[in-house]
Design a protein around this ligand. Sequence first.
Ligand SMILES: [Fe+2]
Ligand SMILES: [Fe+2]
Length: 177
Amino acid sequence: MARITLEQIFIHPITQKYLGRSGVAHAVAVAEHAYSFAQRYHVDPDLATKAALLHDVGHYTWYRDGEWDYELYRENDIHAIKGASRAHKLLIRIGEDRHAAKEIAVAILLHTDSYLPEGNLKLKPLQYVVALADEADEELGGKHHYREIDDTEALERIRMLDLRIGNRSGEQNNQII
Ligand SMILES: [Fe+2]
Ligand SMILES: [Fe+2]
C-alpha cells in the first residue's frame, strides 16, 4: 500500500480549515521539529510528522470581545481530545493504515497535559517526540498560533519532509517531483 503523504493530509480541506485556526506556520514547524526528534529518539518519522502536523487541529476559538481569552481557554479547552478524534477521522477517510491512525491519534491526545489532572504521564517515545516538537515551537503568549506563512512555502516544506521520509524508507513517491 502506498504511503499516505504529509502533502495529502496537508492539502485536505479539513486540515486547511482547522490549521487556519491554530496556525499553519506552527503546524509546519512542529512537523519539522518532530522529524528531527524522531531521528534522535528512534521513532518512526512518518507517524511523528503526521501527528505533529495535525496536533492542534482540535482548537476552538476562545474569543471574548474580539480578543483571545486565555482564562476561558484554560478552563474549557479540550483541543487535544477533539484534535485526536478529528485527525483520526480524517486519516481513516484518506486511507491511512488503521494502526498508524490510532498511534497518531493517541500522540495528539497526549501532546499536552494542560487538560489533565496533575500528575506525570508516562509517554511512549512517539508521544514524547510530538510533545517535545510542539514545545520547541512555542512562543510566549501563544504567539506561535498567529505566525504567518506563505501558502507556497508551507507546501514546499511539507513536500521536503515527505521527500526525506520517503527516501529514508527507500520508497518511490510518485507525487513528489
Ligand atoms: Fe496544542
Ligand atoms: Fe501546538
